[in-house]
Ligand binder design. Structure first.
Ligand code: SAH
Ligand code: SF4
Ligand code: F3S
Length: 501
């Protein structure tokens, strides 16, 4: 492991920032350049706080997937390093939306929020409004914001989150009367900037990016256009980051990528995802490893074997199906058939019998016939998913599917969607019943929102369990007897140990 990458923790970064000389011009290399701007901003923020006689607050709203959730932790890390405090209130000094554009309604939500902000900004002209995330990678979105939402201060994209301090500094040093909207969107990048601050939402678990972007171009999906080509992080960087997190109290990591099964292929020294998992497993003190998402076309026998042997990899896999029709899967550019998928499930279940399988399914893809849809229902029943996210197909401009002729009428899609949902609920209720009466290790995550005498956690299979327990259990893994299943969750009782069963 390279010495300079052993530490990514906050203290080390803080120290490096302190050492920056801001009387010189900013350095060209990253992340030092950002450290330089962070130090400059620290001074400005201190001054503002003194003038106002109160802290400065940052409010970050995250839309979309785990990638965005992790990006928001990096954004918060930078904001805190600069001197802002996090707030839930939208009455903030810095307000940011980290956007998603995977389906049309994701975009609509953001426009709705931006409209509401107009008044707030009039009241507090010093407030900074920033937008980032996948939606900002679409040129027509940025055009619309420039035209209709002039109160936005900063727009950046998915490739340059690391530049936030620099962009904010540009904003603060803009002394012109007509404050300019700062727009910095990159089309792509091959660069991965390591060693930036980040602030985890949970002290005991964390997402860890292992790769960025996607090369698969499923014909309905906008992600490859807004997240760019696939780039893997060096295994040393990943291992160093996780080790550092574990030293800081993390017991569970979720390795993140749009298709983790193709991890490592583009590295100078290629390494498989299965091999990476084996290395992560070696990290002492780490108890649980999850990952998402797995594309069925790239799921290797090697990975199944590693999962079968592992004591830390959770008994859970998210394996998006999208459709059960081989005909549609071909048009979707998914590179597997219904039969391939079923065979894969069989192999996985053989190696890891108690695994919980979850999936994503799209209803109403262009040209979807009743027969195609029946194939999807058939796979759902045959596999018996533990749960499934079902989506109504959303036309995304620029994707091949958007140009496909036959878009299924709304009423038909709605009917199919309702039927699929009912089938999914039926099979998943059936699956959850099986674990009732067993004792499972539960990582306790929070005090129950409705009943403070209960705590809530997750099993290795990622099932939610509520049981009577003290908040001091948060962050630890305890054995819990599953007394009863209630659809998507269990009610349980803390058990002495697994053996006590
Ligand atoms: N990389 C992951 C998925 C990322 S997007 C994978 O390949 O599995 C999450 C889910 O959103 C997808 O699995 C898909 O089911 C859904 N999705 C993507 N584009 C969509 C669209 N245009 N309309 C409806 N659902 C879509
Ligand atoms: Fe989208 Fe397909 Fe890439 Fe997943 S694998 S992000 S569905 S293009
Ligand atoms: Fe959305 Fe971007 Fe994730 S489009 S689903 S936030 S990769």
């Amino acid at each position: 492991m390279r010495i300079d990458r052993q530490q990514t923790d906050r203290n080390v970064i803080e120290q490096k920032i302190r050492q920056m000389d801001i009387t010189l011009p900013p350095p060209e290399s990253e992340p030092e350049r950002q450290y330089y701007f962070m130090k400059k901003l620290q001074g400005i923020v201190e001054e503002r706080k003194r003038q106002l006689g109160r802290p400065l607050f940052a409010n970050i709203t995250t839309f979309g997937c785990q990638m965005n959730a992790r990006d928001s932790e990096k954004i918060l890390g930078i904001m805190q390093m600069i001197g802002y405090e996090e707030t839930d209130s939208a009455e903030a000094d810095f307000l940011l939306y980290n956007t998603c554009t995977v389906r049309e309604n994701a975009n609509l939500k953001v426009y709705g929020r931006l409209g509401q902000l107009k008044k707030q900004k009039e009241k507090n002209p010093d407030m900074v409004i920033a937008l980032c995330g996948c939606m900002m990678q679409e040129p027509e979105v940025v055009e619309k914001i420039k035209k209709s939402y002039r109160n936005v201060d900063i727009i950046f994209g998915t490739h340059n989150i690391f530049k936030l301090a620099e962009l904010l500094a540009m904003k603060f040093f803009d002394t012109g009367k007509q404050k300019k909207m700062i727009v910095d969107i990159w089309e792509g990048t091959t660069e991965i900037v390591e060693e930036l601050p980040n602030e985890r939402k949970y002290f005991f678990k964390s997402g860890v990016n292992i790769m960025f972007g996607c090369n698969n171009f499923c014909s309905y999906c906008i992600v490859p256009y807004v997240r760019g080509r696939e780039r893997s992080r060096e295994p040393e960087d990943i291992l160093a980051e996780i080790t550092c997190m574990v030293n800081d109290g993390v017991v569970e990591v979720m390795l993140l990528g749009q298709n983790v099964n193709s991890y490592g292929k583009n590295l100078e020294h290629p390494i498989s995802f299965a091999k990476l998992l084996e290395q992560v497993e070696q990290i002492e003190g780490l108890e649980r490893i999850r990952f998402m998402t797995s594309h069925p076309k790239d799921l290797s026998d090697e990975l199944i074997e590693v999962m079968g042997k592992s004591t830390k990899i959770c008994r859970q896999m998210h394996l998006p199906l999208q459709s059960g029709s081989s005909r549609l899967l071909k048009i979707m550019n998914r590179h597997y058939t219904k039969e391939d998928y079923l065979l894969l499930v069989e192999k996985i279940r053989k190696a890891v019998p108690d695994i919980s399988l979850t999936t994503d399914i799209i209803v109403g893809f262009p040209g979807e016939t009743e027969e195609d849809f029946e194939e999807t229902v058939d796979v759902v029943k045959k596999v018996g998913f533990d749960s499934a996210f079902t989506f109504i197909y959303s036309k995304r401009t620029g994707t091949p599917a958007a140009a496909m002729d036959y878009q299924v009428p709304e009423e038909i899609v709605k009917k199919r969607f309702d039927r699929l949902l009912a089938t999914v609920q039926e099979v998943s209720a059936d699956r959850t019943k099986r674990a009732v009466g067993t004792v499972q290790d539960v990582l306790v995550e929070e005090v129950n929102g409705q009943d403070a005498s209960l705590v809530t956690g997750r099993t290795s299979q990622n099932y939610v369990v509520h049981f009577a327990g003290s908040p001091s259990l948060i962050g630890s893994i305890v054995p819990v007897h599953l007394d009863e299943s209630r659809g998507f969750y269990y009610m349980g009782t803390q058990a002495a140990s697994r053996e006590a069963e």
